[in-house]
Design a protein around this ligand. Structure first.
Ligand code: SF4
Length: 362
């Protein structure tokens, strides 16, 4: 099955607004075509430099201009990072994602240190990801040479809503960094946050921007806003589990090969809620009691949940090999923009039922 790239916002909204059980069924079907539904990848997110950021992302306690309880830290040492990576590995993580509260990467001793951290974690036979802000093509190449596996740079929301949340940089800047990463063999991780006051149209708009990238990001984190006192979004209502399930399921359908990451906001979800997200196509979580600065479930609780649900932890580098095979098949078919399988004959029963339901309602 080839990946469709020419999604429109209307098509994605239609999927997002389906009756929930139908949406879950469709997403779970796609999930099974591309992934082992019983395998989940576990990453550990490590804040290697906390706080003091010059940007004004309305959701982020690390922005220097907001008055929050956050304690900032200078860049960690390579040894500190190695110790944390070893701990993450022993508790089941296959990937370490290092985050630094920077607007953009600056060449110099701090970046050299980050490159050394990447080399060090690589030697531990773990996937290494970085999220360091905006990046030039040359910096992306240097990270690639050091052995970086993935670079995270979230689009956060739709292009239209972006300026309501962030004013110190534009959507174009984000896309440019993703483009710079794509010029290397480093995989792309890019997603967003729901619950920032955006409409369903904005959620669909963000997914259009991601799904139209070719290739689509290898990883799409879906975060639920964790409102932090002192930030402009402190008063936002938390999103319901149903919105999260809808977002995960829609992401799974429009980006079938992608690893969909259940990210911030898991502490507010029950195990049953998380299980629904796995059924809807989520196949990655962040482990560890903190996600950069926001709370996250304890790793033992997660392992207990995995045991109860019969989920296995994905091995490092396993997914990349599988994806390469699927992409090779895609290029053989030359099917950019082809209709997804569940809209083709044989998968039409559900559509016919929908049409009948509409008639009954009318
Ligand atoms: S999200 Fe990143 S860029 Fe934005 S304020 Fe926080 S640390 Fe800075």
């Amino acid at each position: 099955m080839a990946t469709k790239h020419n999604w429109t916002k209307e098509e994605i909204l239609e999927i997002y607004n389906k009756p929930l059980m139908q949406l879950l069924y469709d997403a779970a079907t796609v999930h099974r075509e591309f992934h082992d539904p019983n395998t989940v990848q576990v990453s550990t997110l490590l804040s290697i430099k906390t706080g003091g950021c010059p940007e004004d992302c309305g959701y982020c306690p690390q922005a220097a201009r907001y008055h929050t309880d956050l304690e900032g830290n200078e860049l960690m040492s390579v040894n500190q990072v190695k110790a944390q990576a070893l701990r993450a590995k022993s508790s089941g993580s296959s990937r370490v994602c290092m985050g630094a509260a920077w607007r953009n990467v600056k060449d110099g001793p701090e970046f050299d240190n980050v490159l050394e951290m990447v080399r060090t974690i690589n030697k531990l036979d773990m996937e290494v990801c970085c999220t360091l802000g905006m990046l030039t093509e040359n910096q992306a190449k240097r990270l690639e040479e050091a052995g970086l596996y993935a670079y995270n740079h979230n689009l956060d929301t739709s292009e239209e809503y972006y300026k309501e949340v962030i004013s110190t940089r534009g959507y174009e800047d984000r896309l440019e960094t993703l483009d710079n990463v794509r010029k290397t063999n480093v995989t792309v991780c890019s997603g967003g946050i729901i619950g920032m006051g955006e409409k369903a149209e904005d959620r669909a708009g963000m997914l259009v921007s991601l799904a139209r990238l070719s290739p689509q990001p290898e990883s799409v984190p879906i975060n639920a806003l964790v409102p932090v006192e002192g930030t402009p979004l402190e008063e936002q209502q938390k999103v319901s589990i149903w919105e999260m399930v809808r977002m995960v399921a829609t992401t799974r359908i429009v980006m079938p090969q992608t690893q969909v990451r259940l990210s911030a906001g898991r502490t507010d979800m029950s195990r049953e809620g998380q299980a629904m997200c796995f059924l809807a196509g989520a196949n990655s979580i962040f482990a560890g009691d903190k996600l950069l600065t926001t709370p996250n479930p304890d790793v033992n609780e997660d392992m207990l949940m995995f045991k109860e649900l019969g989920l296995n932890v994905q091995k490092p580098f396993e997914k990349h090999e599988q994806r390469k095979t699927v992409e090779k098949e895609d290029s053989k078919i030359g099917a950019l923009g082809e209709k997804p399988k569940w809209t083709r004959p044989g998968h039409q029963i559900d559509r016919n039922l929908e049409a009948q339901n509409k008639k009954v309602k009318a």
